[in-house]
Write a protein that binds this ligand. Sequence first.
Ligand SMILES: [Zn+2]
Length: 258
Amino acid sequence: MELVGSLQRLIVPGRCAACGVRAETLCRRCRVALAHGRYAAGPRLVRPSPCPAQMPPCWAAAGLDGVLRVLLTAYKDADRRDLAGVLAPLLAAAIRAAMEAPRLPEARPDGPRPSVLLVPVPASGRSRRRRGDRPLESLVVGAAELLPGPVRVIRVLRPVRATRDQSGLDAEARRVNLAGAMALAPGAVDLLGGHRVVLVDDIVTTGATLVEGARALGAAGVSVRAAVIAATPRRAFATRPAAVVTGESTVVAPPKPD
Ligand SMILES: [Zn+2]
């Protein structure tokens, strides 16, 4: 039972969450591998392929492979919450790239500097019941503490109907599965108005979740950028680090294999 063995390794404290050797959280070798993974030079603007209409500009800290893939699974599904200290800085880097890219709309050029509001993608009712907590939100709060202020985390998106598990669905099925699945919480329009909004998730694959989150946030009249820890390499292509962003449409350098 190789799977059982690997899951046991993941949840045993005092073991590297990626390879299982004796170490606190993550061993030295896996830390090095993580630091030298995809996008080692820094967060990238990424686009799913095919890119859905209304896809918000999205920055990813890394490509989803190798050590990082194992760590995200261990964090979310094997209770390795000690990995927050490894994952939150990655998420913070992606959020910072989203915040600092040129031409992020300001409320008023001469007004007070608007806050950045981080909006986590809501967990489905199914995953909340399974896990009993909100692992993504913990990471977003951890990332916010690492960012230059004013940055606030606000939970204004909520699921309004049941959705299917996304794994195994293709891009079109994911789009249909999520269309209209999120809505703003009461009072959200007042909270969001005049601020810069970054929609945050852990992984981008087809972009369906971010498109739905951005659509729901659009009801408040705000434009949205997105940040994730990791992009699925075969589904989302990274641009060069210096990709130009104009308004909310992206001018993307040709994807290069990386
Ligand atoms: Zn290791």
